[in-house]
Write a protein that binds this ligand. Structure first.
Ligand SMILES: [Zn+2]
Length: 91
């Protein structure tokens, strides 16, 4: 019985390097911030008991979470794009 393997694994092509464009990322950050500055934010303290709590990114004001009151986890206070900026030491 011929046990010779006939299938060859194709070499995996290396992924292109991911280039982080800090200038573009900061431009997008400024746009987000300007846009969110115009949006009226929900003031959790002014709501009646039992209302869901609304959270915004502390850097750009983007809505990050709407959670029921009494939610036990830690609400997200930084949005994903700002998290990337922070990881790159830009904010
Ligand atoms: Zn943000």
């Amino acid at each position: 019985m011929n046990m010779k393997r006939t299938t060859k694994t194709k070499p995996v092509e290396p992924l292109p390097p991911v280039v982080f464009d800090s200038k573009l990322a900061l431009e997008m950050f400024e746009k987000r911030k300007a846009r969110n500055a115009k949006i009226e934010k929900v003031d959790n303290a002014s709501l009646y008991a039992g209302s869901p709590m609304t959270y915004y990114c502390r850097h750009c004001g983007e809505l990050t979470a709407e959670l029921p009151e009494g939610y036990l986890g830690k609400p997200r206070t930084i949005c994903e794009p700002c998290e990337v900026l922070r990881a790159h030491g830009l904010i």
